[in-house]
Design a binder for this molecule. Sequence first.
Ligand SMILES: Cc1cc2nc3c(=O)[nH]c(=O)nc-3n(C[C@H](O)[C@H](O)[C@H](O)COP(=O)(O)OP(=O)(O)OC[C@H]3O[C@@H](n4cnc5c(N)ncnc54)[C@H](O)[C@@H]3O)c2cc1C
Ligand code: SF4
Length: 340
Amino acid sequence: MALHVMDEANRCLQCKVPQCQKGCPIHTNIPVAIRLLKENKLNEAGKMLFENNPLTTVCSLVCNHEKQCEGHCVLGRKGAPVHFSTIENYISTTFAEQMTAGPAPSNGMKVAIIGSGPAGLTIAIILQRYGYNVTIFEGKDKIGGVLRYGIPEFRLPKSVLDDIQYRHLELKGIKIRPNTLIGGAIGIEDLFRDGYKAIFVGTGVWKPNSLHIKGETFGNVHFGINYLNNPDSYRLGNRVIVIGAGNAAMDVARTAIRKGSHDLTCFSITKEVAASHYEFSYAQLEGVKFEYNKKPVEITDDGVYSGILLKMKTAALQILMELTLSIQQTVLLSQSVRDL
Ligand SMILES: Cc1cc2nc3c(=O)[nH]c(=O)nc-3n(C[C@H](O)[C@H](O)[C@H](O)COP(=O)(O)OP(=O)(O)OC[C@H]3O[C@@H](n4cnc5c(N)ncnc54)[C@H](O)[C@@H]3O)c2cc1C
Ligand code: SF4
């Protein structure tokens, strides 16, 4: 691992105008992180990454690097880009082990964070640095939002989130109220009554979109986001269709394969997949099959009727031909969870 990390670091050209940094949505100073690593200043590099992005350990694993930093690296124009995700993961996980600093001096002001997904966690950690007295209210039993209840363990181990909870929340004095849905027993007005000066609402988007086709309510049909929430509560059987071919659909398909479904096909409505090349290639490697230009029109107890989509000028103007029934036990609707 270390050798590989240094090999990657040594390939970096230290560009004066780093395209990798431009491609990063939070402008991580990639050449400087790499330079510090090469100068054996691992702690400085780690500190810089965490100050810029409190979720650097998470982002090093699950950002869409091939579209962002690595997709913009100049070396990628003629060959392989510098794999900064590997470098970032090494620096941030190594440095994280050493983060034991206590809370910042209090400024006497309370803030409430509703929701502990990546948005809520980031805001909570940043506000704490300025001395705010932060309390997180989370409807579920554990922090993380989609990071814990959507992204599967094989892509983002739950231990990474547990570590964030310990080092960035508990050690820093951030309080957490799990199993507390704001809008239930406690409302926004109660928070203001109790002296919170500001409230950040980071509740995410959890409602699955439906396809609005016949059969969606049948017992063999499940929403992908619900499935990922707790795959072990489902008995999918061996033969499964996943409707959708984006990154979230890859998570659904790859999870179902790991849970024992062997005959699994993803339907893409276009002639290609929306998923990143990386996710798509892993899904293929693991045995997921793909069918293209497939427009589902009805779900039955036996599977999905779909047409081959010849043209799609608009959502309303679609030309279909050759309606076929694909016989499968279970249908997972995965177009209905959001992809970035
Ligand atoms: C399957 C899947 C895979 C994904 N993979 C990636 C990926 O690899 N890379 C990437 O960059 N993005 C990915 N995304 C997108 C990414 O997860 C989301 O953009 C991100 O989670 C949004 O963060 P958030 O904090 O706004 O919301 P969420 O992560 O949805 O968190 C919201 C939190 O608020 C809580 N909450 C809701 N209502 C209340 C309430 N009333 N009171 C208290 N708490 C409440 C919820 O329980 C939840 O914990 C993926 C999304 C899905 C669905
Ligand atoms: S674009 Fe690539 S080579 Fe240039 S600084 Fe960034 S990682 Fe290094």
